[in-house]
Design a protein around this ligand. Structure first.
Ligand code: BGC
Length: 602
């Protein structure tokens, strides 16, 4: 529990192990520990020869047939290379990192939980801890031991493409979840634990106009109150790693921000684990890569996520140390932190991945795990309108199901599922149920007509129309007008994301996806009461859809267990979700405040 991990990091026996190992390491071995390459660019021989401390999978980067056994075999080979003792090599077990941010969702057949925005609406910290425990087991089933989660972003502008990774705009809700999620990942008994990573330090959710990797123009007090606060909870729980943010604070990139990384995070907040950089995050500090490396390491980054150019990174860091631009004490501090995390987690005592107790565990994607996800779906739904008590629906009623997101497991899972940007259709989300499949189970007579064209053909009592966004991740999900600058005037930082194609230029669903309103209207024109179910990574302006529908449910990005939606629509469970974000009407206007959410009784 709380003390365990923090106390373990500080425990004299661990510090002794760290010191004695560090004393035997040469500069190449130390720099190797600070280096994390991406699996597509790193062979086991590279791990052995360059003493790499870590390897990661970027979103959608998977070995073999992408089954748990393929992952175990991959990490086993990396681990064996990291433990080679030939030629006086020091064996130091490798730490493998993945983005298991809503389940271990790179992997085929994983249980996919609702994205964080839905969990924020569920307001259930106990559930969060159970989700983290199940996620940890599905990570361990693949022989992996580190996830880049939880995201502690407090999204303040829903135009941000990563809004769905945020539990809430309210730091209190994010903080209450932070500790429980970290506990669920790191503190499970029976070696069912993994290393957590709180991200992205700091202010990622507070950027100007919600631009990804943009600039948070906020005072120190506001940064503390809104964005730093949840990290205090995670650190109190002993979170072992923290990822730096690709964004800036008042014009200065977090990856090069010594005050934020060293003085505040490691000093004031007393964080004892290690800081990992984000994907190529160092590059943005200076056009000259060597200079960028120097700035980041001296600012306090301990491990470098350098997916493909890890050799270049190693070369630069070594020459900086040799010419004194990076002090040896900084290198030793970084390596000490990395080794302390490996010792505290017990990595040195665990057998090779293929022999670990949870590897290839048959619980991966099991009914038991999926039941937790289905419960999360039920609890995350927020009922915004229920005119004339159209909900709950009667299973025996004649029900039409429509909308482009009705039978699309890929869309309901959102980004960071199988592929970085997510997928479309049912084929790639193995297991689970689409929202339509769940409705059909509950009400076998229901009829699917995606565009609603069959509305006039049957004598329907009600229609469920599933509308909303298609998947996206990071800056590709931003809402911003073409040519909009990514930073506030005056900032010296020029961002690459400014060149990324955003999702759209408005939050208004009827503009982004006019087909949704058309489907609702086609059906409503037949006099059939419409229950609109919105699948989206953020609240959208839906005034016209709200007006045309009799009932309206925000389902967020529910994940693989779409059947949780039917559980509530047919009244087996009541709605309990409450908005964790205020809901926009016209710009600057709120139609539903944070905390809003109806139940079946009103
Ligand atoms: C994201 C991180 C993620 C990393 C590794 C980056 O693009 O910003 O959140 O952990 O990639 O996939």
């Amino acid at each position: 529990m709380t003390e365990t991990m923090t106390a373990r990091l500080d425990a004299p026996e661990i510090q002794q192990e760290v010191d004695s190992l560090l004393a035997r390491m040469n500069l190449d071995q130390k720099i190797g520990q600070m280096t994390q390459g991406e699996r597509a660019f790193v062979s086991p021989e590279d791990v052995r020869d360059y003493h790499l401390g870590s390897v990661l999978s970027g979103g959608g980067s998977c070995p073999g047939d992408n089954l748990p056994a393929d992952w175990v075999a991959m990490n086993d080979a990396y681990w064996a290379a990291s433990m080679a003792e030939e030629d006086d090599r020091l064996p130091i077990p490798l730490l493998y990192g993945v983005d298991a941010i809503h389940g271990n969702t790179n992997v085929r057949g994983a249980t996919v939980f609702p994205h964080n925005i839905g969990l924020g609406a569920a307001r259930d910290p106990d559930l969060l801890e159970r989700i983290a425990q199940v996620t940890a087991r599905e990570i361990l089933a693949t022989g992996v031991e580190w996830t880049f989660a939880p995201t502690l972003a407090v999204a303040r502008d829903v135009r941000w493409g990563r809004t769905y990774e945020s539990y809430s705009e309210d730091p209190g809700i994010v903080g209450a979840y932070a500790a429980r999620f970290v506990a669920g990942l790191q503190d499970a008994p029976d070696e069912a634990d993994v290393v957590a990573c709180a991200k992205h330090w700091v202010g990622d959710g507070g950027t100007f106009a919600g631009i990804d990797q943009g600039d948070a123009n906020v005072s120190r007090e506001e940064l503390e109150r809104t964005h730093i606060a949840p990290y205090r909870d995670a650190i109190a729980e002993g979170v072992l790693t923290v990822m730096a943010s690709l964004s800036s604070w008042n014009g200065k990139k977090c990856h090069g921000h010594r005050v934020l990384l060293t003085d505040v995070l490691k000093g004031e907040l007393g964080f004892r684990g290690f800081v990992v950089s984000d994907w190529d995050g160092t590059d943005q500090l200076d056009p000259d890569y060597a200079t960028a490396v120097e700035l980041a390491v001296n600012a306090g980054v301990d491990m470098f996520m350098v997916p493909d150019k890890w050799k270049e990174f190693i070369g630069h860091l070594k020459s900086h140390v040799q010419r004194g631009a990076v002090p040896m004490e900084r290198i030793d501090d970084a390596v000490r932190r990395i080794l302390a995390v490996k010792f505290a987690y017990g990595l040195f005592d665990r057998p090779r991945p293929a022999e670990r107790p949870w590897s290839n565990d048959p619980g991966f994607g099991s009914r038991e795990h999926r039941d937790v996800a289905r419960e999360a779906v039920r609890k995350s739904l927020v009922l915004l309108k229920n005119e004339g008590g159209v909900l709950p629906l009667d299973r025996a009623a004649r029900i039409l199901v429509a909308g482009k997101n009705a039978d699309d497991r890929g869309h309901q899972c959102g980004g960071f599922t199988v592929a970085w940007q997510g997928t479309t259709g049912n084929a790639q989300i193995e297991g689970g149920t689409s929202i339509w499949e769940g409705i059909r189970e509950a009400s076998p007579g229901a009829v699917l007509s995606v565009d609603g064209a069959e509305a006039g053909a049957g004598d329907f009592d009600a229609a469920i129309v599933v509308i909303g966004e298609r998947p996206y991740a990071e800056g590709m999900g931003d809402i911003r007008s073409a040519g909009a600058t990514a930073v506030a005037p005056g900032s010296q930082i020029v961002l690459e994301t400014a060149n990324l194609e955003p999702y759209g230029s408005t939050l208004e669903l009827a503009e982004l996806h006019p087909e949704d309103l058309a489907t609702i209207r086609t059906i409503a024109a037949e006099g059939i009461p419409v229950v609109a179910v919105l699948v989206s990574g953020r609240p959208l302006v839906v005034n016209r859809e709200l007006e045309s529908a009799a009932a309206f449910v925000a389902a967020w990005l529910p994940g693989s267990e779409g059947a949780g939606v039917a559980d509530v629509l047919f009244g087996d469970h009541d709605f309990q979700g409450k908005l964790a974000f205020s809901w926009p009407g016209s710009p600057g206007d709120t139609v539903f405040p944070r905390g809003f959410g109806l139940t079946l009784s009103g």
